[in-house]
Design a protein around this ligand. Structure first.
Ligand SMILES: Cc1cc2nc3c(=O)[nH]c(=O)nc-3n(C[C@H](O)[C@H](O)[C@H](O)COP(=O)(O)O)c2cc1C
Length: 330
């Protein structure tokens, strides 16, 4: 059995805008102690000029958390990275995979894959500004209809040569920048896991983390024969209990899988505290991320229905969580 913590996180929950906020991350952390959690993508400018405290807020139990930055100006990214480091984030990740038109207009995200030297400047600026955090990058396997492997290897090779970055998170499909919505860009361009496996073979000293389309633990186990880690996005959101046996199965921890009842009680206590101490937080802000918690259970529908009922949520009473759990068990 494995006992030592791997030197880098094997498994992570993907950065997801509007989904992986601190409330989701709290819930995920109740299910796995080990998984690396990511923030949503935060634009460097928003951290530097905006309400940084709001973006950087996290519960102490969430650690380790990677903060994902969007942007393409090295100086701005450096200033944002310094703030993230001071706030205790474990890792800073640069987004080179987002295809949204808004992001393209700002000349960051996936279109950065066309400019590896600029990405290198950005990563070096982040690494220098936040020397105690690991700097990583998340990207696609290519852009638009280009299907060759070599441009991907050149991109990774350039960054490996010019920067101290060792961890590459690879969403195993292209980003089509011309005409697909961000949602379609997560489903329509075909998955090519073989390209990610090949990267690991050709760059054995890098940590290659595979992402895209993973929906169960058998798939994770298979990927781990070829690469160093796996990142799960939508499945970890819609079915967070997929993470319940990750610590034991993939990290060799002795701890038994978390029980639903314990998770619900922790969620309830957290919600009481949040509603008491943070006047901007509502019950809905928190429970909307737990609708998938009972996925696969006989009465999952009841949980989902009660916690998304506008009338019930309006009362803003955290007891709704306990009532929904009781109804599930009945
Ligand atoms: C709602 C949503 C928001 C996303 N936001 C981000 C983001 O902020 N940064 C990012 O790098 N990827 C983002 N992604 C992409 C995911 O990180 C991930 O690469 C993608 O969903 C594929 O993984 P999956 O098939 O396991 O979901 C988002 C995905 C979803 C579903």
């Amino acid at each position: 059995m494995m006992t030592a913590m791997p030197s880098f996180p094997l498994l992570s929950v993907a950065p997801m805008l509007d989904w992986t906020d601190r409330h989701y991350r709290f819930l995920a952390r109740q299910i796995s102690r080990r998984v690396l959690l990511y923030t949503e993508m935060i634009h460097a400018g928003a951290l530097v000029y905006g309400d940084a405290a709001r973006f950087l807020e996290k519960h102490p139990c969430e650690h380790p958390v990677a903060l994902q930055l969007g942007g393409s100006e090295p100086d701005l990214l450096a200033r944002a990275a310094a703030k993230a480091a001071a706030a205790g984030f474990a890792q800073i990740n640069l987004n080179c995979g987002c295809p949204s038109p808004r992001v393209q207009k700002g000349a960051f995200g996936a279109c950065l894959m066309n400019d590896a030297p600029l990405v290198a400047d950005c990563l070096n600026a982040i690494a220098e500004a936040a020397p105690d955090c690991e700097t990583t990058v998340k990207h696609r396997i290519g852009l638009d209809r280009q299907t060759e492997y070599q441009p991907l290897a050149d991109f990774v090779g350039t960054l490996a040569r010019l920067t101290p970055v060792k961890t590459f998170v690879v969403h195993a499909r292209n980003a089509w920048l011309d005409g697909l919505s961000p949602k379609e860009n997560r489903d329509i361009p075909p998955l090519r896991y073989d390209y990610v496996y090949r990267l690991k073979r050709e760059f054995p000293d890098l940590n290659i983390i595979i992402n895209g389309g993973i929906t169960d633990n058998a798939q994770i186990a298979e990927h781990l024969h070829h690469v160093d880690g796996a990142m799960v996005g939508r499945e970890a959101y819609h079915n967070p209990m997929i993470m319940a046996d990750w610590d034991a199965r993939f990290y060799g921890d002795d701890a038994s899988a978390p029980q639903y009842d314990t998770i619900v009680q922790q969620l309830y206590a957290y919600t009481c505290n949040e509603l008491h101490s943070n006047r901007y937080t509502t019950l809905r802000h928190i429970v909307r991320h737990s609708l998938g918690l009972m996925h696969g259970l006989h009465n999952a529908r009841i949980w989902r229905r009660m916690l998304s009922d506008a009338e019930l949520l309006k009362t803003n009473r955290p007891e709704l969580i306990l009532q929904a759990w009781e109804a599930v068990q009945r």
